[in-house]
Ligand binder design. Structure first.
Ligand code: GAL
Ligand code: CA
Length: 200
């Protein structure tokens, strides 16, 4: 079962790589990529995909088309300042200031979670949004039962921190974390109104 699965995965991966370089899907720019014009039949003998079953060819083209359309959408959203892309993450804010449970809820409803910087680059990206609104933001970090120990929402201990000098100082009374407008962190009560920044 495992070897069959890995064989299929390899085959599909190889197909996608080949296709990325060589296939000419209708509507996808390439050597023969004039929208609407080239069809699989019209490319017999030219396309490296001409020997594929039609349904597979169609599926591969559909995937490539979706990828192109998604990256166009990301480009538009990034251009308009609606999202910031950092590594594999997408960050976005709805501009609203609410308490921690509400902020987390609105991120999760949208299919994400609260922004959780796990390295300097991500922290700077979140800071970009904090500065844009000039408002402190809650992060996706909580204090564990052991006071002074902070963790990600999934309970895993932090592997990156950016505490402001002398923070965290709440000793169990400040179970949430806010980002200041200089990008440093402060443990803080969870019932304040802070900017919602989500990651996806
Ligand atoms: C406290 C507050 C802490 C921290 C500190 C800074 O009153 O509870 O979270 O902000 O002030 O001086
Ligand atoms: Ca504090």
């Amino acid at each position: 079962m495992f070897s069959y699965m890995s064989y299929m995965l390899t085959a599909v991966a190889a197909l996608l790589v080949t296709c990325d370089a060589l296939c000419k899907c209708p509507g996808i720019p390439g050597l023969f990529g004039i929208p609407g014009l080239p069809t699989r039949d019209g490319l017999k003998g030219q396309s490296h995909l001409s020997g594929l079953p039609g349904s597979l060819y169609t599926e591969v083209c559909n995937i490539l088309d979706l990828k192109r359309r998604l990256s166009r959408l990301e480009g538009v959203l990034a251009l308009n300042g609606k999202i910031i892309e950092v590594g594999e993450k997408i960050l976005a804010s709805n501009g609203k200031e609410v308490d921690f449970p509400s902020a987390l809820e609105s991120c999760e409803e949208a299919g994400g979670t609260l922004a959780t910087p796990t390295n300097e680059e991500e922290n700077k990206a979140v800071l970009g949004i904090v500065k844009q609104y000039n408002r402190y933001a809650y992060l996706g970090i909580k204090e564990s039962e052991t006071s002074g120990q902070f963790m990600y929402m999934n309970g895993i201990p932090l592997n990156y921190t950016k505490w402001h000098p002398h923070e965290p100082n709440g000793k169990g009374s400040e179970k949430c974390v806010e980002m200041y407008t200089d990008g440093t962190w402060n443990d803080r009560r969870c019932n304040l109104y802070r900017l919602t920044i989500c990651e996806f």
